[in-house]
Write a new protein. Structure first.
Length: 352
């Protein structure tokens, strides 16, 4: 889907398909070396139950308990992406607004459902920070990511919650919040924000993109509307097993450790990229997600040269609000980052 020159259906996985499958993947925002062995074994054990139809009650209860909510406020979905489709189809809205740059699937789903969509474009000169005053007062659906893909900006919870209004649905995509140490600025679990809908994904931190599992947290009436829009048995038995396992105390502790490692590895990546400032390379910041947004001259050519050197990064020009000079780079371990930085040096040195 192309709107205003932006391919809203282009995602990072396109960079590592086909001839990109052998590249070092810095294009997809899924934590490397996942899922862990204990989770793979848990998923394998769930296969014994494939003859029965999925029963999501235990997983739903586990997710509810993890956020201190009643089960009526939880809906399990086939990844957070399904939730965007359900919201677009089920909610009766007059003026939906999507805050960009951000994950493009919410806007694509709304347009597919026949909605006109207004955009609020956050500005580079403001550090891509949320400007609540830029959101039209009559918007009855507002979608914002936190931390935002691709800018890696973590908006203050108070600023995001301040977008709530009577008669407005406020959708906050927290797909990467578990990669933020302490999940600071999270709204998941809050019941005091009117119209709040929080989306979470379990595919990023746990390496389950191929399994498709996420969930929605919202008021019971909204959950009911979304559930009615779902097909029967939308989440598979292995995905339900993953949901239950990934909100266990053991998993939450492991995710917290991973978030701290990601923060350290991200700091190493940002510091390394800062060394190319003389060549016009600049990282949008401060970055708080498991990826960074990088401005670089001749980005399309740089991306092609990096591919030739064995590294896949995500083009940024398919995100509304960004131009051709942007690339998104996933955070990886220090060894991988060091190899990538050497490749960047080769490319921008050649470009200079």
């Amino acid at each position: 889907m192309h709107t205003d020159g932006h391919d809203l259906r282009h995602h990072g996985d396109a960079e590592v398909r086909d001839d990109g499958s052998a590249l070092v993947d810095l294009a997809v925002n899924v934590r490397a070396d996942t899922p862990p062995a204990w989770l793979r074994e848990h998923l394998a054990a769930s296969l014994d139950g494939l003859a029965a139809y999925p029963d999501g009650r235990a997983a739903r209860a586990a997710v509810a308990a993890r956020h201190g909510l009643p089960v009526e406020r939880v809906l399990l979905t086939a990844g957070a992406a399904e939730a965007f489709v359900l919201l677009a189809r089920a909610l009766k809205v007059r003026r939906p607004v999507v805050v960009h740059p951000q994950f493009t699937e919410p806007e694509a789903a709304l347009r597919d459902a026949g909605h006109g969509v207004d955009r609020v474009l956050l500005r580079e000169e403001d550090g891509f920070r949320l400007d609540p005053a830029a959101v039209p007062e009559d918007a009855d659906l507002v979608v914002v990511g936190n931390p935002t893909n691709p800018t890696s900006v973590l908006h203050p919870a108070a600023a995001v919650a301040g977008l709530a209004r009577p008669g407005r649905t406020l959708v906050v995509d927290e797909a990467f919040m578990d990669a933020v140490p302490g999940e600071r600025e999270a709204l998941a679990g809050r019941t005091d924000v009117p119209g709040l809908v929080v989306l979470r994904s379990l595919t990023k931190t746990w390496g389950l993109a191929g399994l498709r599992v996420g969930y929605v947290l919202a008021a019971p009436d909204v959950i009911g509307e979304l559930e009615r829009a779902q097909p029967l048995w939308p989440v598979s038995t292995p995905a339900l097993a993953a949901a239950e396992a990934c909100v266990s105390p053991r998993a939450l502790a492991e995710a917290a450790d991973a978030a701290r490692r990601v923060a350290a590895d991200r700091a190493h990546l940002v510091a390394g990229l800062a060394g190319f400032a003389g060549a016009g390379v600049r990282v949008a910041g401060p970055a708080e997600g498991p990826f960074v947004l990088v401005r670089v001259p001749a980005a399309a050519a740089v991306r092609r040269e990096l591919r030739a050197l064995g590294y896949a990064v995500r083009r940024g020009d398919t995100f509304p609000g960004l131009g051709e000079e942007w690339l998104r780079v996933a955070v990886r371990d220090r060894g991988t980052v060091d190899g990538f930085l050497r490749a960047v040096g080769t490319v921008v040195g050649a470009a200079g």
